[in-house]
Design a protein around this ligand. Structure first.
Ligand code: FMN
Length: 199
């Protein structure tokens, strides 16, 4: 999988999607891919962030991570999005990033990107699947090649069995399901398919 390039675009307020993205990065690199892990631009004002200790801690954790740009998508053969659920949809930060890609979209730069998505929500049925599907709807407009995990590995059952993309319940005490292996499987599968298409 050498020469296969993966960009992981995430947004995380309290660390869950940051952790999912980090696991995806580790697995893709282990599989031989070159990886850029980038965050969606924050849109909330500083006061709101400061008022929330978990949010402030996440800002500190990700302070060295670059903000996602169009170049990160043009560069990539494969893209993994990771977004928390907001009222059954993606975060404004991820949507804002997606909506900033009209320029490269109109130049055909997003065609045939291999794409997969992950999500989290506070409740077990709080909208994780809807959030992933919302991302995939946009990916169809981009002419992307969507690579869902399906049930291609036992780790997916252990993670709660979401065939659209790995998702997790972000409870008060952290992640409820054990999703590390499913995230890693999804990331590896995404770069494997991307390398096949590239070849
Ligand atoms: C404005 C807002 C809307 C949310 N909407 C939902 C929702 O529809 N369903 C749900 O279960 N959790 C919802 N949540 C909880 C988040 O999805 C949860 O905190 C997030 O997945 C944790 O991811 P993170 O740690 O990466 O930020 C919402 C949180 C906020 C702030």
């Amino acid at each position: 999988m050498k020469n296969t390039k993966l960009t992981i675009v995430y947004y995380s307020m309290t660390g869950t999607n940051f952790q999912l993205a980090t696991w995806a990065k580790e697995a893709a690199e282990e599989a031989g891919a070159e990886v850029r892990m980038v965050k969606a631009q924050e849109l909330a004002d500083e006061e709101s962030v400061k008022a929330n200790p978990a949010w402030t801690a996440q800002k500190e954790r990700e302070k060295d991570i670059k903000v996602a740009s169009s170049d990160d998508l043009v560069w990539a053969d494969a893209i993994i999005f990771s977004s928390p659920t907001r009222f059954g949809n993606v975060t404004a930060q991820i949507k804002n990033f997606i909506d900033g890609q009209g320029g490269i979209w109109s130049q055909g730069e997003l065609v045939n990107k291999v794409v997969s998505a992950m999500s989290s929500a506070q409740n077990p049925h709080g909208g994780q699947e809807q959030t992933i599907q919302a991302i995939y709807t946009t990916m169809m407009h981009w002419g992307a090649i969507i690579v869902p995990p399906g049930y291609t590995d036992d780790s997916i059952y252990a993670a709660g069995g979401n065939p659209y993309g790995t998702s997790v319940t972000a409870g008060r005490d952290g992640m409820v399901e054990d999703v590390e292996a499913a995230v890693k499987h999804q990331a590896k599968r995404t770069v494997e398919i991307a390398s096949l298409i590239k070849a």
